[in-house]
Write a protein that binds this ligand. Structure first.
Ligand SMILES: Cc1cc2nc3c(=O)[nH]c(=O)nc-3n(C[C@H](O)[C@H](O)[C@H](O)COP(=O)(O)OP(=O)(O)OC[C@H]3O[C@@H](n4cnc5c(N)ncnc54)[C@H](O)[C@@H]3O)c2cc1C
Length: 362
């Protein structure tokens, strides 16, 4: 069986690893000139670690990650620990995105990755699929996996009118930096602040620190990325208890700060056709207030590979995949909306851990 995987992000690379590990010949086509990882740090939850464990990557992942816990504080610094949950519901592994992408690309192996290869569209028949690329080349395969992110070309052909929409007023700023002189960061601090802001920092395995600031329903942006981030960081500290966050942002060059308008993919009526399947953000780009899109996406990759490996009937495997994923993401969306609509830091923290508990204990 031969698969074309469109997109060399975390989920596309993981899809190729999973498919190849089950004897399916998968090749990744990435539009960029290299395997890049837009972003800074990434929290991998235990569900994602289990997927990577099955793919034989546990030890390499642990070597590039640092265990962390997602406990929130209110803007006065008070720790919020909702009752009824265990430490496991708060625990994750913090990795640098670029290092994770490097590890995954190395595992897929260079000869199975085509760079500068942007999908233009595809034609499918009962017997297979032909992927067409913008450089005029075509590739024949038994199936096509759309792992091409929120702006997916595959999704726009599979489900016309399903374009990602701007999550209005919802922005994220982030970077990874070495702490400046005089700033010591031994443990992570994440704060639920005023005016629907959230942010903080988490140490990485190599002594640098991942800082992030988000705001929902932000007023329109003015100033440099650093000024914008500092303005939001002020909302996270009403009593001056947390000077480290301001110092970390201050020490970051503007060009090192990644600022995103958050995009959402609306819930989809279908995820597959007879020869095409969506995985990861192309099917379910979510608001990052649950910080789990990649952790959920790599589960898609393993499930799809397992179903394909269990039968020669590709359309039946894809149908089974869709049957599992649509209700699953119905629940993800329900829990995610609760987190987003929380009125207070305590409510947010409780809804958040209810989501992680569900995700990790299904
Ligand atoms: C601020 C923020 C913080 C987050 N934090 C976390 C976190 O802590 N933990 C977590 O689990 N998740 C987190 N997420 C979510 C996570 O980043 C995404 O869910 C994940 O990166 C999606 O991976 P993907 O491979 O599906 O898509 P992408 O990373 O978008 O990759 C898609 C790839 O496809 C390529 N591509 C696109 N179109 C084409 C084409 N036509 N032809 C060929 N290639 C194409 C792109 O160049 C890209 O490389 C966060 C998201 C945001 C915005």
């Amino acid at each position: 069986m031969r698969a074309v995987v469109v997109g060399g992000g975390i989920v596309g690379l993981t899809s190729a690893i999973a498919l190849r590990s089950m004897g399916i010949d998968a090749v990744v086509h990435e539009q960029a000139s290299d395997i890049r990882a837009a972003g800074a740090g990434l929290g991998l939850w235990a569900n994602a670690l289990a997927v990577f464990g099955e793919l034989g990557l546990s030890a390499q992942l642990r070597a590039i990650g640092k265990p962390a816990e997602m406990y929130f504080r209110d803007p006065t610094g008070k720790l919020i620990d909702p009752p009824g949950f265990s430490t496991d519901d708060h625990s994750y592994l913090l990795v640098h995105r670029a290092k994770l992408s490097e590890l995954l690309a190395r595992t897929v192996r260079q000869e199975n990755i085509r760079l500068n290869s942007r999908l233009a569209g595809y034609e499918e028949t009962d017997a297979g699929v032909t992927a067409r690329f913008t450089d005029g080349t075509t590739v024949e395969a038994d199936l096509l996996v759309g792992a091409d992110g929120a702006y997916s070309v595959v999704r726009s052909q599979l489900i016309p009118g399903s374009e990602a929409v701007e999550h209005s007023g919802h922005y994220a700023w982030r970077s990874v930096v070495k702490p400046p002189a005089g700033v010591r960061v031994d443990a992570g601090v994440i704060v639920l602040g005023d005016r629907r802001s959230r942010g903080g920092y988490v140490p990485t395995v190599d002594g640098s620190v991942y800082w992030l600031v988000n705001q929902f329903e932000s007023p329109s942006l003015e100033g440099t990325p650093k000024q914008q981030a500092l303005e939001r960081a002020d909302l996270l500290d009403t009593t001056g208890w947390n000077p480290a966050l301001l110092a970390l942002i201050e020490s970051t060059l503007d060009e090192q700060i990644l600022c995103n308008q958050i995009m959402l993919v609306p819930p989809l009526p279908r995820w597959v056709s007879t020869r095409v399947a969506l995985v990861g953000d192309s099917a379910h780009a979510l608001s990052p207030h649950i910080t789990a899109g990649a952790s959920l996406g790599v589960e898609d990759a393993l499930l799809l590979a397992r179903l394909l490996a269990s039968t020669d009937d590709i359309p039946a495997a894809l149908a089974a995949y869709e049957q599992d994923r649509i209700p699953h993401y119905g629940k993800v969306n329900e829990l995610s909306r609760k987190v987003e609509n929380s009125a207070t830091p305590d409510e947010f923290a409780t809804n958040y851990v209810a989501f992680t508990h569900w995700m990790l204990n299904r």
